[in-house]
Write a protein that binds this ligand. Structure first.
Ligand SMILES: [Cu+2]
Length: 68
């Protein structure tokens, strides 16, 4: 069974520390298996989890998230 990837546009990241914080928040979300956050594009590619929960986790970490 393949895991569906969800791509989020993250707002508010300015450095590698932000990337790490967003990655940590997403990885802590139930069902998430893999997270790749790209700072230049602001895109987070997430395998597993549900979109609404991912957005909520990112927002709780202090950033914005919008599904692409
Ligand atoms: Cu930062």
């Amino acid at each position: 069974m393949s895991t569906q990837s969800i791509v989020l546009s993250i707002g508010g990241m300015g450095c590698a520390g932000c990337v790490a914080a967003v990655e940590k928040a997403l990885l802590a979300t139930p069902g998430v298996e893999r997270v790749v956050v790209d700072l230049p594009t602001g895109h987070a590619t997430v395998e597993g989890g549900e979109t609404a929960a991912l957005v909520a986790a990112v927002e709780a970490a202090g950033y914005t998230a919008q599904p692409l």
